[in-house]
Design a protein around this ligand. Structure first.
Ligand code: TRP
Length: 370
């Protein structure tokens, strides 16, 4: 097994999520609590860990104001792994959260991609338009670029001031303990991300309130940094931010889904025909060599990517997914038939989504007011 590595800058190998929970000091996500159990991502374990999520459950129950804050790295195509995060953002918005959404263009510039115009185009055409088509509403949504926080000078200053002045509260040893050897570009990106996470609580924004930050498991070092700094700036009365951690969506061929490998994902702009071809040809199968063997021994849903995709997002009905599992395991359902169930779900989704995406074009401006 390849040595697993999970850092904000690189993720590779086979990830042991239980080990991550221990290493990072997270709590396992067991919240089969109303209303989170209504959402397939929470119910089926795609959200696998948290810090201080109790505070968010309480805010939702008591109908108290809270913020959902997260950021996106504008690189590559928007695929179903990204959709998992988008669905959570929209779910929180429906629960009454004020949404803060940062385009991490300073981070991208300092660590990977220098072309600012291309970053902006990707952020809008890939990310924002898909978010809108998936149901993100402009009301109660503050969508901004790290490089251009706000036209309101008081607000903009508050955000950049926090990013600059947080440094006082950090020693070189702590930076090393959290990130290891780190370049100046990565460190400044980490600090702007700290400001992303904490600034909603500044007086120029919402003031102190519970904030939930849903992220991929690789982002936890930034959360630890933000929590430490929050505690060291008592003047701001920050409430420690809460966070939840997503599993990485498994790639079509098994292993990691990666924006740099188009055969590992299906993009929300792929045509239904492309999607079908990718699934039929590349989706890793837990089926047997021959039909006879498959009927006799049954398939292995645990390693079958089509089954995993159905389980994590495409078949939300608990009874139906159980039947698919049982039929596949017993050998009644063949690999090709299982793939066709997924193809049906994915192509229906894409057809509807792409129509909505066309309409989303007209709404983009409403989100670019920050
Ligand atoms: N670093 C994140 C990524 O690579 C993006 C990001 C920027 C972010 N600011 C954030 C995530 C604030 C959560 C909260 O995907």
């Amino acid at each position: 097994m390849a040595e697993a590595l999970v850092t904000p800058w690189e993720v590779k190998g086979t990830i042991d999520y239980d080990r991550l929970i221990k290493e990072f000091g997270l709590k396992a996500f067991l919240a089969q609590t109303d209303p989170f159990d209504k959402n397939v991502l929470f119910r089926r374990g795609s959200v696998f860990a948290h810090r201080d999520f109790e505070r968010i459950i309480a805010a939702v129950r008591e109908k108290k104001p809270f913020v959902m804050m997260t950021g996106l790295m504008p690189s590559g195509k928007f695929h179903f792994g990204h959709k998992m995060v988008a669905d959570q953002i929209i779910f929180y918005q429906s629960l009454g959260a004020k949404v803060y959404l940062a385009v991490a263009d300073i981070e991208a510039y300092n660590t990977r991609i220098a072309d600012q115009a291309a970053l902006r185009k990707t952020a809008i055409e890939e990310y924002l338009m898909n978010y809108i088509a998936l149901g993100l509403k402009p009301k109660n949504c503050d969508f901004y670029f790290q490089s251009s926080r706000s036209k309101d000078g008081e607000k903009a200053s508050a955000y950049y001031r926090l990013a600059s002045m947080a440094s006082r509260h950090l020693t070189a040893n702590e930076v090393e303990a959290i990130y290891g050897d780190i370049t100046p570009g990565k460190l400044s990106s980490a600090l702007i991300q700290v400001s992303d996470i904490l600034h909603p609580q500044l007086p120029e924004f919402e003031g102190p309130c519970p904030v939930i930050v849903p992220v991929g498991a690789d982002q936890d070092p930034h959360l630890r940094l933000a929590r430490d700094i929050a505690a060291r700036m008592p003047q701001h009365k920050f409430i420690t931010p809460s966070s939840t951690y997503n599993r990485f969506m498994v790639g079509l061929k098994g292993g990691k889904m990666s924006s740099s490998d188009p055969l590992s994902y299906i993009a929300l702009t792929d045509t239904p025909e492309e999607a079908k071809k990718k699934i039929m040809k590349y989706a890793f199968s837990g089926g047997r060599e021959t039909i006879e063997e498959h009927r006799k021994l049954g398939g292995v849903p645990e390693i079958d990517v089509s089954y995993q995709w159905l389980f994590t997002q495409f078949e939300e009905d608990d009874k139906k997914i159980k039947k698919i599992y049982d039929d596949y395991k017993s050998g009644k359902l063949l690999s090709g038939e299982l793939k066709m169930i997924l193809v049906e779900k994915v192509t229906t989704f894409l057809e509807q989504h792409q129509k909505k995406r066309e309409k989303a074009k007209d709404k983009v401006e409403e989100f670019l007011k920050a």
